[in-house]
Design a protein around this ligand. Structure first.
Ligand SMILES: [Zn+2]
Length: 114
């Protein structure tokens, strides 16, 4: 923890996935706040610029899955292609590396400030 000008201390450990940022007030009270981040369908291995907003990777991943299913139901070719590419990754046994890379990407995204 490092002191700041306002007498508020913020944990200065790198933000990890699924962890909140703890703010300690002068009163000793701790506030947890969850940064909101925006990631696009494309950035999650999809095919369009549809944005998903959430504070955890799980949150945006589930929105992306739902979106992917909707696009697939409409037989949207770019999304079907993206899904078949995803299947290739699954079958190749490299899904964990893929997930790790996406989760790291998400973890490094800036808070959207809202
Ligand atoms: Zn999409």
């Amino acid at each position: 923890m490092s002191p700041s000008a306002n007498g508020i201390t913020v944990n200065d450990a790198p933000l990890r996935l699924g962890t909140s940022l703890h703010i300690y007030l002068e009163t000793g009270e701790a506030l947890d706040f969850w940064p909101m981040k925006i990631i696009s369908c494309l950035e999650l291995g999809g095919a369009c610029s549809q944005a998903f907003r959430g504070s955890s990777f799980e949150e945006v991943a589930s929105q992306s899955q739902q979106h992917g299913a909707e696009m697939a139901a409409m037989a949207d070719q770019p999304h079907l292609d993206a899904m078949s590419e995803m299947m290739t990754i699954l079958e190749s046994g490299h899904v964990q590396e893929w997930m790790d890379a996406k989760m790291e990407f998400f973890a490094l995204l800036p808070d959207d400030g809202q």
